[in-house]
Design a protein around this ligand. Structure first.
Ligand code: SF4
Ligand code: F3S
Ligand code: FES
Length: 249
């Protein structure tokens, strides 16, 4: 059965904006993105929102719904009370372009800063061999749909614009961890770059990134903590220390 629901949607651009009230028809089985589309069709034709697949796979429709970072296409209206006012705002960590659309360029910059897969120079394509267990380990990270909800949520940048330059965020530290786990990625020092270029030290494992990931990737437990452990092993392992000392002589 349909009903009339109450929505507040942030409208504005880089120069500022405000929440606008809407009363809108809501039908059984609908998700928040359906309602935004209905608002565009009936009351606010110039309302900007980004979306593509409506199936939780393109990662485009990220927004904050009642203050929680979510995919609009995967947030069912049936999870709210019918008399509840639903508030939809753009991702807070990235600059607003218009209404619900933000400039997520920060993430593309950080993606480019991760050096690509670097196998030994004498290994030719076709000669790559690795254990199945190593293949499987990275499969979880490969489920990422680049929705940037984790990047938006991590407190290290959410409230600290000044950290953006030094911190790549959970999604790209996860990429560094994935490459560091790769048995053939031997020609790049991922541990050093995790610390010095991607700001691994900013992460204090609050796990907020993991909580919002729509793909349920265990970002903190399976990528960030193991990466931190390996960085520490390398830095403080007495054997590594001794080896380095002997080599330097
Ligand atoms: Fe989105 Fe999860 Fe990928 Fe982060 S790791 S960008 S939350 S899918
Ligand atoms: Fe941020 Fe996730 Fe670490 S939220 S602090 S990257 S565990
Ligand atoms: Fe593709 Fe929501 S529209 S993830």
């Amino acid at each position: 059965m349909g009903y009339k629901g109450k929505f507040k949607v942030w409208r504005g651009d880089a120069s500022g904006g405000d929440l606008k009230d809407f009363e809108v028809e809501i039908n059984e089985g609908e998700v928040v993105l359906d309602i935004i589309h209905r608002l565009q069709a009936t009351q606010a034709p110039d309302m900007a929102c980004r979306w593509n697949c409506k199936a939780g796979k393109c990662g485009s429709c990220s927004a904050e719904i009642n203050g929680k970072p979510r995919l609009m296409c995967m947030t069912r209206m049936s999870t709210f009370e019918q008399d509840e006012t639903i508030t939809v705002t753009p991702l807070r960590t990235f600059p607003v372009i218009k209404d619900l659309v933000t400039d997520v360029g920060f993430n593309y910059t950080k993606a480019r800063e991760v050096k690509s897969f670097t196998p030994p120079a004498d290994l030719k394509p076709g000669e790559y061999r690795m254990q199945q267990i190593d293949v499987e380990r990275s499969q979880e990270f490969r489920k990422c749909i680049e929705c940037f909800l984790c990047q938006n949520t991590c407190h290290a940048v959410r409230d600290h614009e000044e950290n953006k330059e030094s911190f790549s965020g959970p999604r790209y530290l996860m990429r560094v961890a994935e490459l560091d786990m790769h048995p053939l990625d031997t020609a790049a020092d991922r541990k050093k770059s995790a610390q010095e270029e991607h700001g691994l030290g900013f992460c204090n494992i609050t796990k907020c990134c993991t909580e919002v990931c729509p793909e349920h990737i265990h970002i903190t437990d399976n990528a960030l903590i193991p990466l931190k452990e390996r960085v520490v092993d390398k830095k403080y392992d007495p054997l590594v220390w001794l080896g380095n000392k002997i080599r330097r002589r």
